[in-house]
Design a protein around this ligand. Structure first.
Ligand SMILES: C[S@@+](CC[C@H](N)C(=O)[O-])C[C@H]1O[C@@H](n2cnc3c(N)ncnc32)[C@H](O)[C@@H]1O
Length: 257
Protein backbone atom coordinates (compact mmCIF):
# COMPACT_ATOMS: atom_id res chain seq x y z
CA UNK A 1 0.00 0.00 0.00
CA UNK A 2 1.32 3.42 -0.88
CA UNK A 3 0.15 6.88 0.11
CA UNK A 4 0.29 10.29 -1.53
CA UNK A 5 0.11 13.46 0.52
CA UNK A 6 -1.46 16.70 -0.64
CA UNK A 7 -0.62 20.16 0.61
CA UNK A 8 -3.10 20.01 3.44
CA UNK A 9 -1.26 16.96 4.73
CA UNK A 10 -4.27 14.77 3.90
CA UNK A 11 -3.41 11.47 2.36
CA UNK A 12 -5.03 9.47 -0.40
CA UNK A 13 -4.73 5.73 -0.39
CA UNK A 14 -4.06 3.93 -3.60
CA UNK A 15 -2.61 0.62 -4.74
CA UNK A 16 -3.49 -2.86 -3.51
CA UNK A 17 -3.60 -4.25 0.02
CA UNK A 18 -0.39 -6.26 0.09
CA UNK A 19 -2.04 -9.64 -0.56
CA UNK A 20 0.62 -10.55 -3.09
CA UNK A 21 2.14 -13.91 -4.01
CA UNK A 22 4.33 -13.82 -0.90
CA UNK A 23 1.38 -13.55 1.49
CA UNK A 24 -1.02 -15.69 -0.55
CA UNK A 25 1.49 -18.59 -0.50
CA UNK A 26 1.27 -18.80 3.32
CA UNK A 27 -2.22 -17.40 3.93
CA UNK A 28 -3.81 -20.74 4.76
CA UNK A 29 -0.97 -21.73 7.10
CA UNK A 30 -0.95 -18.34 8.79
CA UNK A 31 -4.74 -18.21 9.32
CA UNK A 32 -4.60 -21.78 10.60
CA UNK A 33 -1.95 -20.87 13.18
CA UNK A 34 -4.04 -17.85 14.26
CA UNK A 35 -7.12 -20.04 14.86
CA UNK A 36 -9.11 -18.44 12.04
CA UNK A 37 -9.52 -21.68 10.04
CA UNK A 38 -10.86 -23.49 13.12
CA UNK A 39 -13.64 -20.91 13.59
CA UNK A 40 -14.70 -20.80 9.92
CA UNK A 41 -17.56 -23.31 10.35
CA UNK A 42 -18.98 -21.39 13.31
CA UNK A 43 -18.69 -18.17 11.29
CA UNK A 44 -20.56 -19.81 8.41
CA UNK A 45 -23.35 -21.00 10.74
CA UNK A 46 -23.78 -17.44 12.05
CA UNK A 47 -23.83 -16.00 8.51
CA UNK A 48 -26.22 -18.66 7.21
CA UNK A 49 -28.82 -17.48 9.73
CA UNK A 50 -28.54 -13.89 8.52
CA UNK A 51 -28.68 -14.86 4.86
CA UNK A 52 -31.85 -16.92 5.53
CA UNK A 53 -30.02 -19.66 3.62
CA UNK A 54 -30.32 -17.75 0.35
CA UNK A 55 -27.70 -15.33 -1.08
CA UNK A 56 -24.54 -13.75 0.31
CA UNK A 57 -21.83 -11.47 -0.99
CA UNK A 58 -18.38 -11.30 0.65
CA UNK A 59 -16.16 -8.22 0.60
CA UNK A 60 -12.53 -9.36 0.38
CA UNK A 61 -13.41 -13.00 -0.17
CA UNK A 62 -9.78 -14.14 -0.10
CA UNK A 63 -9.18 -17.88 -0.36
CA UNK A 64 -12.78 -18.65 0.64
CA UNK A 65 -11.94 -19.46 4.29
CA UNK A 66 -15.53 -18.50 5.21
CA UNK A 67 -17.20 -18.43 1.77
CA UNK A 68 -16.55 -22.13 1.14
CA UNK A 69 -18.18 -23.47 4.34
CA UNK A 70 -21.02 -20.95 3.89
CA UNK A 71 -21.70 -22.21 0.37
CA UNK A 72 -21.58 -25.78 1.74
CA UNK A 73 -24.52 -24.74 3.98
CA UNK A 74 -26.54 -24.20 0.80
CA UNK A 75 -26.11 -20.41 0.54
CA UNK A 76 -25.28 -19.01 -2.91
CA UNK A 77 -22.10 -17.06 -2.19
CA UNK A 78 -20.36 -14.54 -4.42
CA UNK A 79 -17.65 -12.01 -3.69
CA UNK A 80 -14.92 -9.62 -4.72
CA UNK A 81 -11.25 -9.26 -3.89
CA UNK A 82 -8.54 -7.01 -5.30
CA UNK A 83 -5.82 -9.66 -5.18
CA UNK A 84 -5.36 -11.97 -8.17
CA UNK A 85 -3.33 -14.32 -5.99
CA UNK A 86 -6.09 -14.70 -3.41
CA UNK A 87 -8.72 -15.16 -6.13
CA UNK A 88 -6.55 -17.93 -7.62
CA UNK A 89 -6.46 -19.70 -4.25
CA UNK A 90 -10.26 -19.57 -4.12
CA UNK A 91 -10.61 -20.82 -7.70
CA UNK A 92 -8.38 -23.80 -6.84
CA UNK A 93 -10.68 -24.71 -3.93
CA UNK A 94 -14.08 -24.51 -5.62
CA UNK A 95 -15.92 -23.61 -8.78
CA UNK A 96 -19.23 -23.16 -6.93
CA UNK A 97 -18.44 -19.60 -5.83
CA UNK A 98 -18.45 -16.78 -8.35
CA UNK A 99 -15.81 -14.19 -7.43
CA UNK A 100 -14.19 -11.40 -9.36
CA UNK A 101 -11.62 -8.66 -9.02
CA UNK A 102 -12.98 -5.50 -7.45
CA UNK A 103 -12.32 -2.86 -4.85
CA UNK A 104 -14.46 -3.01 -1.72
CA UNK A 105 -14.15 0.77 -1.42
CA UNK A 106 -15.99 1.29 -4.66
CA UNK A 107 -18.23 -1.36 -6.17
CA UNK A 108 -21.70 -1.66 -7.60
CA UNK A 109 -23.56 -4.89 -8.21
CA UNK A 110 -26.35 -5.87 -10.56
CA UNK A 111 -27.96 -8.06 -7.97
CA UNK A 112 -29.11 -7.42 -4.39
CA UNK A 113 -28.24 -9.90 -1.66
CA UNK A 114 -29.79 -11.17 1.57
CA UNK A 115 -26.41 -10.81 3.24
CA UNK A 116 -23.28 -8.76 2.58
CA UNK A 117 -20.37 -9.50 4.90
CA UNK A 118 -16.81 -8.40 5.55
CA UNK A 119 -14.85 -10.43 8.11
CA UNK A 120 -11.42 -10.84 9.66
CA UNK A 121 -10.75 -7.09 9.88
CA UNK A 122 -10.77 -6.66 6.10
CA UNK A 123 -12.75 -3.42 6.42
CA UNK A 124 -9.82 -1.73 8.20
CA UNK A 125 -7.53 -2.50 5.25
CA UNK A 126 -9.21 0.57 3.78
CA UNK A 127 -6.86 3.14 5.26
CA UNK A 128 -8.94 6.30 4.94
CA UNK A 129 -12.27 7.31 6.46
CA UNK A 130 -13.62 8.29 3.03
CA UNK A 131 -12.83 4.83 1.62
CA UNK A 132 -14.46 3.16 4.62
CA UNK A 133 -17.64 5.22 4.23
CA UNK A 134 -17.66 4.49 0.48
CA UNK A 135 -17.43 0.77 1.26
CA UNK A 136 -20.41 0.95 3.62
CA UNK A 137 -22.38 2.95 1.05
CA UNK A 138 -21.71 0.37 -1.69
CA UNK A 139 -22.58 -2.45 0.71
CA UNK A 140 -25.87 -0.78 1.71
CA UNK A 141 -26.86 -0.48 -1.96
CA UNK A 142 -26.10 -4.17 -2.50
CA UNK A 143 -28.52 -5.25 0.24
CA UNK A 144 -31.99 -6.52 -0.31
CA UNK A 145 -34.67 -4.51 1.55
CA UNK A 146 -34.56 -6.97 4.47
CA UNK A 147 -30.88 -7.74 3.98
CA UNK A 148 -28.13 -7.67 6.63
CA UNK A 149 -24.59 -6.33 6.55
CA UNK A 150 -22.17 -8.12 8.90
CA UNK A 151 -18.79 -6.68 9.81
CA UNK A 152 -16.20 -8.40 12.00
CA UNK A 153 -13.58 -6.05 13.44
CA UNK A 154 -10.90 -6.25 16.09
CA UNK A 155 -11.28 -3.80 18.96
CA UNK A 156 -8.28 -1.47 18.54
CA UNK A 157 -5.51 -2.50 20.92
CA UNK A 158 -3.42 0.59 21.61
CA UNK A 159 -1.99 -0.62 24.92
CA UNK A 160 1.76 -0.92 25.18
CA UNK A 161 2.83 1.57 22.53
CA UNK A 162 5.92 3.54 23.50
CA UNK A 163 6.66 6.55 21.29
CA UNK A 164 4.00 5.17 18.91
CA UNK A 165 5.88 1.85 18.53
CA UNK A 166 5.17 -1.67 19.74
CA UNK A 167 6.50 -5.18 19.13
CA UNK A 168 4.26 -8.12 20.02
CA UNK A 169 5.07 -11.81 20.14
CA UNK A 170 2.26 -13.40 18.15
CA UNK A 171 3.31 -17.05 18.23
CA UNK A 172 6.23 -19.12 19.46
CA UNK A 173 6.47 -22.87 19.00
CA UNK A 174 9.29 -25.30 18.19
CA UNK A 175 9.34 -24.36 14.49
CA UNK A 176 8.07 -20.79 14.40
CA UNK A 177 8.53 -17.40 15.97
CA UNK A 178 6.12 -14.74 14.76
CA UNK A 179 6.59 -11.14 15.85
CA UNK A 180 4.51 -8.13 14.89
CA UNK A 181 6.21 -4.71 14.74
CA UNK A 182 3.73 -1.81 14.68
CA UNK A 183 3.93 1.95 14.27
CA UNK A 184 0.94 4.06 15.31
CA UNK A 185 -0.16 7.22 13.52
CA UNK A 186 -2.81 8.53 15.96
CA UNK A 187 -3.83 11.52 13.85
CA UNK A 188 -5.05 9.26 11.05
CA UNK A 189 -5.98 6.27 13.23
CA UNK A 190 -3.50 4.30 11.14
CA UNK A 191 -1.34 1.36 12.17
CA UNK A 192 1.50 0.22 9.95
CA UNK A 193 2.82 -3.17 10.87
CA UNK A 194 5.16 -5.85 9.64
CA UNK A 195 4.68 -9.46 10.64
CA UNK A 196 8.08 -11.11 10.93
CA UNK A 197 7.92 -14.90 10.61
CA UNK A 198 11.10 -16.73 11.60
CA UNK A 199 11.11 -20.40 10.70
CA UNK A 200 14.21 -22.59 10.48
CA UNK A 201 16.84 -20.34 8.92
CA UNK A 202 14.37 -18.15 7.02
CA UNK A 203 12.60 -14.94 7.92
CA UNK A 204 9.67 -13.60 5.96
CA UNK A 205 8.11 -10.15 6.16
CA UNK A 206 4.42 -9.35 5.68
CA UNK A 207 3.68 -5.60 5.80
CA UNK A 208 0.17 -4.35 6.56
CA UNK A 209 -1.48 -0.96 6.86
CA UNK A 210 -4.86 -0.41 8.50
CA UNK A 211 -7.14 2.35 9.71
CA UNK A 212 -8.63 1.15 12.99
CA UNK A 213 -12.14 2.16 14.03
CA UNK A 214 -13.98 1.78 17.30
CA UNK A 215 -17.47 0.27 17.20
CA UNK A 216 -19.19 3.62 17.80
CA UNK A 217 -17.44 5.25 14.86
CA UNK A 218 -18.46 2.30 12.71
CA UNK A 219 -22.09 2.83 13.80
CA UNK A 220 -21.88 6.53 12.94
CA UNK A 221 -20.42 5.83 9.50
CA UNK A 222 -23.10 3.19 8.92
CA UNK A 223 -25.88 5.58 9.98
CA UNK A 224 -24.48 8.15 7.56
CA UNK A 225 -25.15 5.79 4.63
CA UNK A 226 -28.60 4.65 5.79
CA UNK A 227 -27.80 1.61 7.94
CA UNK A 228 -28.73 0.93 11.57
CA UNK A 229 -27.16 -1.41 14.08
CA UNK A 230 -29.45 -4.34 14.92
CA UNK A 231 -27.11 -6.81 16.66
CA UNK A 232 -23.61 -6.78 18.12
CA UNK A 233 -21.74 -9.82 19.44
CA UNK A 234 -18.33 -10.53 20.93
CA UNK A 235 -17.82 -13.77 18.99
CA UNK A 236 -19.43 -15.98 16.35
CA UNK A 237 -21.02 -18.21 19.01
CA UNK A 238 -23.28 -15.38 20.23
CA UNK A 239 -21.11 -14.31 23.20
CA UNK A 240 -21.82 -10.82 24.54
CA UNK A 241 -19.78 -7.82 23.43
CA UNK A 242 -18.27 -6.38 26.62
CA UNK A 243 -15.56 -3.99 27.75
CA UNK A 244 -13.02 -6.83 27.56
CA UNK A 245 -14.01 -8.11 24.11
CA UNK A 246 -11.16 -8.29 21.64
CA UNK A 247 -13.44 -8.01 18.63
CA UNK A 248 -17.01 -7.35 17.63
CA UNK A 249 -19.39 -8.74 15.08
CA UNK A 250 -21.81 -6.02 14.10
CA UNK A 251 -25.01 -6.52 12.12
CA UNK A 252 -26.67 -3.64 10.27
CA UNK A 253 -29.87 -3.32 8.28
CA UNK A 254 -31.11 -0.61 5.94
CA UNK A 255 -33.20 2.17 7.39
CA UNK A 256 -34.78 2.84 3.99
CA UNK A 257 -35.67 0.52 1.12
C1 LIG B 1 -7.69 -10.50 6.02
S1 LIG B 1 -7.92 -11.14 4.42
C2 LIG B 1 -9.50 -11.93 4.63
C3 LIG B 1 -9.79 -12.95 3.60
C4 LIG B 1 -11.06 -13.75 3.88
N1 LIG B 1 -12.22 -12.88 3.89
C5 LIG B 1 -10.96 -14.45 5.22
O1 LIG B 1 -11.76 -14.14 6.08
O2 LIG B 1 -10.06 -15.27 5.39
C6 LIG B 1 -8.32 -9.69 3.50
C7 LIG B 1 -8.72 -9.94 2.06
O3 LIG B 1 -9.26 -8.73 1.55
C8 LIG B 1 -8.66 -8.44 0.30
N2 LIG B 1 -8.67 -6.98 0.17
C9 LIG B 1 -7.98 -6.07 0.89
N3 LIG B 1 -8.26 -4.81 0.51
C10 LIG B 1 -9.17 -4.93 -0.49
C11 LIG B 1 -9.86 -3.99 -1.30
N4 LIG B 1 -9.68 -2.67 -1.16
N5 LIG B 1 -10.73 -4.45 -2.22
C12 LIG B 1 -10.93 -5.78 -2.37
N6 LIG B 1 -10.30 -6.73 -1.64
C13 LIG B 1 -9.44 -6.30 -0.70
C14 LIG B 1 -7.28 -9.07 0.36
O4 LIG B 1 -6.75 -9.33 -0.92
C15 LIG B 1 -7.56 -10.33 1.16
O5 LIG B 1 -7.94 -11.40 0.34
Amino acid sequence: MQRKFNRAGKSKVFGDSGYDENLASVYEKLTNMMGKVAEADETATFLERLSSGRTAFELGIGNGRVAVPLSECGVRVEGIDNSDCMLELLAKRTDLIKAWKGDIADFSLEERYDLVYCVHGTFTLLCGRAEQIACLRSAAKALDDEGALVIELRVPDLDGFVSCQKITTTLVDRENTILNAEVHDPLNQNLRSTLLWFSGTSVRRFPQHIRYVYHQELDTMAEYVGLKLVERWGDWGGGAFTDVSKRHISVYRRTTS
